[in-house]
Design a binder for this molecule. Structure first.
Ligand code: PGA
Length: 266
């Protein structure tokens, strides 16, 4: 069981929001307000067109750049797609893959997501793999089986020496962008524990103890500490709550506070 001593990772997923001016201002606001703290990492994932501009803002800061998606080829005739080498070229260190909006709105299958995971890792990007069940799947008690298959298919053939560059975001689909229906911290804790057990069965105990599992789904300043202080919740993937610098920084501050109190009691 993870003992909450690894750094908390707070990821901003801006989705298809902001103008170029807003993206730059938002990144500047986060850079200005973030004091580097031991034990908390921050990653900003703007839309593709603003990666370069945000990369420029983040240069020299402790905040990393991530992309929200990529295509599983390095180059070629793939109109409208973006390759992992392009993401590296503009300064990305991370890429979010398998987000539920891509799975459900764009029909991405586990096998396709797996191709992306393998190429991202081979090219040198770190991967944040999203998994999570729909409300119907939860009601039908399929959560465990679903997460099991998303994990094992999504990470199939990942070499053991690349596992340290993979983190998981557990995002129950029914709790994303849904302030009235977010998961409870207990539900997040339970799902993370189940996920980590399954991860252990696939990759072994050391890898399962080391893997960072972030929670995503309507995390906002008011509930961030409640999620982040749960055993096995190693960070958060933030959508709506990442679009205003002060709100996002409040979530980061919650991670800093939780980390400090965990260090005192460790
Ligand atoms: P939300 O989005 O914080 O707006 O619920 C999270 C996500 O989809 O990554």
């Amino acid at each position: 069981m993870n003992n909450n001593t690894q750094p908390k990772v707070i990821v901003a997923n801006w989705k298809m929001h902001t103008t170029s001016t807003e993206a730059i201002q938002l990144a500047q606001g986060v850079v200005t307000g973030f004091r580097e703290e031991h034990g908390v990492s921050v990653i900003l994932c703007p839309p593709f067109p603003y990666l370069t501009a945000v990369s420029d803002v983040l240069r020299g800061s402790p905040i990393a750049l991530g992309a929200q998606n990529m295509y599983p080829e390095k180059e070629g005739a793939f109109t409208g797609e973006v390759s992992p080498t392009m993401l590296l070229d503009v300064g990305c260190k991370y890429v979010i893959l398998g987000h539920s909006e891509r799975r459900h709105k764009l029909g991405e299958a586990d096998s396709f997501i797996n191709q992306k995971v393998l190429l991202a890792l081979a090219c040198g990007l770190d991967v944040i793999l999203c998994v999570g069940e729909t409300l119907a799947q939860r009601k039908a008690k399929q959560t465990e089986a679903l997460i099991d298959s998303q994990l094992s298919l999504g990470l199939a053939s990942v070499p053991a020496d690349a596992l340290s560059r993979v983190s998981i975001a557990y995002e129950p689909v029914w709790a994303i962008g849904n302030a009235d229906h977010h998961a409870t911290p207990q539900q997040a804790e339970d799902a993370h524990a189940m996920l980590r057990t399954r991860y252990e069965q696939i990759f072994g105990k050391p890898a399962a103890e080391a893997v960072s599992i972030q929670y995503g789904g309507s995390v906002v300043p008011d509930n961030a500490a409640a999620f982040l202080s749960r055993p096995g919740v190693d960070g958060a993937l933030i959508g709506g709550g990442s679009l205003k610098a002060d709100e996002f920084l409040a979530i980061v501050q919650a991670a800093v506070t939780v980390t400090k109190s965990e260090m005192q009691t460790a």
